[in-house]
Design a protein around this ligand. Structure first.
Ligand code: PRX
Length: 632
């Protein structure tokens, strides 16, 4: 089953077909999968609702396409290679047959614990093969998984559990990350103090640290699988049944549960994976993301495994035990495709070339980037020193909501241009619009990035609140999906993503809503009001800059700033910690009382000469004071 584009003219041809006859195009890709019942119509859609259905009435189970289908021809081929945190610990290879058996066994274990089709299961686990097994086992029995990144706090975890009314939590005792051993089960215990829906918690032993096991609720992974069969029938799922919920931050309120469904997500993650990375049978593919993010879902687990690929999972961090660890792993496992984030590249670049020198990196054929705009400097470093100047570098633009890669070069097929995501994949119809939603055609234009036609892995809803999905993505511009990103089409017709145009900060490729961070800061009893903006950060891409009006009684600036940072870490998790906290006498406001974030963004970026007219503010004098304070 290959839908791999082989040449530039092939790309042009496929792209045209996908736009002129999208249903025929995607129907043809879908035909090569195993369906329990065929679909009656490829696509039904309306962006107003939004109401989008792909492969209407089709029945399938995604795990049959990942596991059963691959058993006979390549059951002995490695599906997952797992590289542990400690280089001295043995790595693990699971063949497709072994993965099949482990998934079936765990599916039976979950069923025995009362989980069935439609139930929500939270996965709060480190990067171990069992995390992928857990996801696939949910999919096998029709349970809806929601993976929560294991760095989120108890309160963030509790919010997600409560939002989706999860029945079960899958977790581990602890997590190895570099030199640290981090408690994981203890966070679940704290979260569950405020969750009533969870009936069972299954705990994988990873670090061996002490954990409290609550009777009648907590069970060890090794116990629940005992005696369970390694065969489990795959539940029949409608193409539009939920496959998973993944929470992501937006510009307002709490994170929302992005919903992806079975059929379209399967087709698109497969198709985009083989085409962008030009995966060939036998290649070893490695994506360094965590399964807690969409990249881990689509391009560690689902896409590669649907393609029968060998996907490498790494438990640790790029700098442990040394800054050459990534490159050591590439050589050790003979990695052919390597996919990482610009923030990791910039962090490693800071160590110079020495950590790379011991490694040949000669097996690499394709290198990729995801999560944020990659600046030209980092692009060249990655291309020259890791790709040795002869690996195509795919700069892949996409989002949690898009499910799969939308704009990217196809490695070695379509042209590479530094810092440009470049061209849309077949089936993707991006347009650039001005503030009023008018399409800007031609080259050399810049505006907001929208998509005008559905693709199979588009977001279907936000869990439990369809109106939020409509308001966030389908209401800004009528008849269009709005990405929240700005983009430019350059003089050659290549797309360059310019970053978010809403109140979302992209920190190391992770999305943080400014409102979410402000809400956390405001929980500190001494904080009266706060405003959070992003600012350029050498390694993280963007850092978090918090301005806060505080009651200073009994506090110094320094200890209050630290307390605010700790509050955010406790409420959301360490990834949301502000890089800078500035205590301010006031915040610049319009006469209607709205905070002028534009001014704060300029101050945070040190662009004091570009503040524009501040005289119409309610409190112009405060700007001077903030500028003064920012210099300290
Ligand atoms: O702003 C874009 C940025 O990351 C956002 C999506 O974040 P998230 O849903 O967490 O998914 C990240 C992994 C797909 C986008 O709105 N972004 C992602 N990839 C790129 C990017 N910005 C520029 N270039 C990219 N290649």
């Amino acid at each position: 089953m290959s839908h791999k584009i082989q040449t530039l003219s092939g790309y042009i041809h496929e792209y045209q077909k996908s736009v002129l006859q999208p249903e025929e195009f995607w129907g043809r890709v879908a035909e090569s999968f195993h369906w329990k019942k065929p679909w009656s119509k490829v696509l039904d859609w309306d962006f107003e609702g939004p109401d989008i259905k792909w492969f209407v009435n089709g029945k399938l189970n995604i795990t049959e396409n990942i596991l059963d289908r691959h058993l006979f021809i390549m059951g002995d081929r490695p599906a997952i290679i797992w590289e542990p945190n400690e280089p001295g610990e043995e790595h693990i290879t699971l063949t497709y047959k072994e993965l099949y058996e482990k998934v079936c066994q765990f599916s039976n274990a979950m069923k025995a614990q009362g989980v069935g089709k439609g139930d929500r299961v939270i996965i709060y686990m480190p990067m171990v093969p069992e995390a992928a097994i857990a996801m696939l086992a949910c999919a096998r029995i029709g349970a809806v998984h929601s993976v929560v990144f294991a760095g989120f706090s108890a309160s963030s975890l509790a919010d997600r559990i409560n939002d989706c009314d999860a029945k079960m939590v899958l977790t581990s005792d602890g997590n190895f990350r570099g030199t640290k051993k981090i408690g994981v089960k203890s966070v679940v215990d704290e979260a569950l103090e405020s969750c009533s829906s969870v009936e069972k918690v299954i705990v994988l032993k990873r670090t061996g640290q002490d954990v409290a096991m609550v009777s009648n609720r907590d069970l060890w992974w090794s116990d629940v699988i005992k005696g369970q069969s390694t065969e489990c029938p795959a539940e029949e799922m409608d193409a539009e049944d939920m496959l998973f919920i993944l929470y992501t931050s937006g510009s307002t309120g709490k994170p929302k549960g992005v919903v992806h469904t079975c059929g379209g997500y399967m087709i698109y993650t497969y198709y985009s994976f083989v085409n962008v990375f030009q995966y060939q049978t036998g290649d070893i593919y490695w994506c360094t993301a965590d399964v807690g993010w969409i990249t881990g879902h689509s391009y560690i687990v689902y896409g590669p495994l649907l393609a029968g690929a060998t996907t490498l999972m790494f438990e640790g961090v790029p700098t442990y035990p040394h800054a050459g660890r990534f490159w050591e792993i590439v050589d050790k496992h003979k990695v052919n495709q390597f996919y990482t984030a610009p923030t990791a590249i910039r962090a490693l670049e800071a160590y110079g070339l020495e950590p790379i020198e011991p490694y040949s990196l000669e097996t690499l054929k394709v290198i990729g980037s995801v999560g944020e705009p990659i600046n030209e400097e980092a692009w060249h470093w990655y291309h020259d020193h890791i790709g040795k100047g002869n690996c195509p570098l795919v700069d892949t633009w996409w989002q949690t909501e898009t499910g799969g890669i939308m704009i990217s070069a196809l490695a070695g097929i379509t042209p590479n241009k530094p810092a440009h995501a470049s061209l849309p994949l077949p089936g993707i119809q991006p347009i650039i619009v001005d503030a009023d939603g008018n399409e800007l055609t031609g080259n050399n234009v810049q505006g907001n990035l929208c998509i005008k036609f559905p693709w199979p892995s588009i977001i279907r809803t936000t869990y439990g609140d369809h109106d939020r999905c409509k308001q966030t993505y389908f209401s800004t511009y009528k008849g269009l999906y709005f990405t929240g990103d700005g983009a430019k089409r350059d003089h050659d017709g290549y797309l360059r993503i310019l970053g978010r145009v809403d109140d979302v900060i992209n920190v190391s490729g992770h999305r943080m809503g400014t409102a979410e961070v402000e809400n956390a800061i405001n929980e500190h009893p001494k904080v009266i009001e706060s405003a959070v903006v992003g600012f350029p950060h050498d390694v993280k891409g963007q850092g978090i800059y918090a301005f806060a009006i505080c009651d200073m009684e009994g506090r110094t600036v320094e200890n209050l700033s630290n307390e605010i940072i700790q509050t955010v870490s406790k409420i959301i998790g360490p990834i949301a910690k502000p890089d800078k906290v500035q205590i301010v006498p006031g915040l610049p406001k319009t006469r209607s009382g709205k905070i002028m974030r534009r001014i704060l963004r300029k101050i945070a970026a040190g662009e004091m000469d570009q503040l524009g007219d501040t005289s119409t503010l309610l409190n112009p004098e405060v700007v001077e004071a903030i500028i003064e304070g920012s210099k300290k």
